[in-house]
Design a protein around this ligand. Structure first.
Ligand code: ADP
Length: 268
């Protein structure tokens, strides 16, 4: 991959490396493993189900799970006649990920952040995305270079943050909330994932990771709680098979994701 030169802009007056996208939304989290990529993939497919043209850029360079979630992990990068990379397509959305550039799914990406950022700029500029209503960016977890650069290089219309209820996760996501507020990116809301578990046999509810964490954060930082998604086996099993729960999951699972998608659609 050639290295793109990056003139760093400010986050108050960002550059626009994606003029083909009407709206750009970042999906972020405080830490890894909270289900951020799963939420990003379901929101992207949900917006496409509403008739929007949607692109999903996997910017989670150190844990690119989007290709597997969308069942395109065996596809290899292809170029068109204009020398642009052709995004993969599945479930009605266009997908690009560094995961598609490595020879095998277990090939580690050992990149300094400057190289990672250059690769992402290339994904914004040198991919044949076409005209998009929404470009969703699955950010790496935390508060680092990639988040900062994206906010400088794209007019982000907002960020959706994902957390689990326990304090270790809500502490981390509060740092991400403050960072986005500091860099002038509006926060569209918080999704609490793995909120609880309903035992399939007894229907008893278990608050495995505690409860009330996201609600408390939302009132502290005055941001909307977009939804609470329980731990569900259909979400886990479908994700492992490259199938998307909002399209192929159980009725209640679809409804939960759809309600979040509707709230986002209303504010963008
Ligand atoms: P992150 O992007 O935050 O690192 P992922 O989206 O990759 O996290 O999810 C981590 C794992 O948790 C995946 O195996 C995914 O299928 C699973 N998962 C995510 N959300 C749920 C849920 N609500 N119920 C059950 N499993 C989930």
């Amino acid at each position: 991959m050639h290295k793109t030169k990056i003139p760093y802009g400010s986050t108050q007056k960002p550059n626009n490396r994606a003029p083909y996208a009407k709206k750009v939304i970042a999906i972020s989290s405080g830490k890894g493993g909270v289900g951020k990529s799963t939420v990003a993939a379901n929101l992207a497919v949900g917006l496409a189900q509403m008739g929007l043209q949607v692109g999903l850029l996997d910017a989670d360079i150190y844990g690119p799970s989007i290709p597997r979630l969308l069942g395109v992990e065996t596809e290899k990068l292809r170029w068109n006649d204009d020398n642009k990379m052709i995004p993969s397509e599945n479930f009605g959305i266009k997908v690009m990920s560094v995961g598609l550039t490595t020879p095998k799914s277990d090939t580690p990406l050992v990149w300094r952040s400057s190289v990672a950022v250059s690769a992402l700029m290339q994904f914004l500029e040198d991919v044949a995305w076409g005209e998009l209503d929404v470009l969703i960016i699955d950010m790496p977890p935390g508060t680092g270079d990639v988040q900062l650069t994206m906010a400088q290089e794209l007019p982000l219309c907002g960020a959706v943050l994902v957390t689990t209820p326990q304090m270790l996760s809500t502490d981390d996501v509060s740092r991400a909330i403050v960072m986005f507020q500091d860099i002038h990116v509006p926060i569209l809301g918080l999704v609490e994932n793995m909120s609880y578990f309903i035992a399939p046999d007894t229907k008893k509810r278990y608050d495995i990771f505690g409860s009330g964490g996201a609600q408390k954060l939302c009132s502290t930082y005055t941001i909307p709680l977009l939804g609470q998604i329980p731990i569900k086996s259909d979400i886990l099993n479908l994700s492992d098979q490259g199938k998307i729960a909002i399209a192929l999951g159980e009725f209640e699972t679809k409804k939960m994701y759809e309600s979040i998608v509707r709230k986002i659609r209303e504010v963008i």
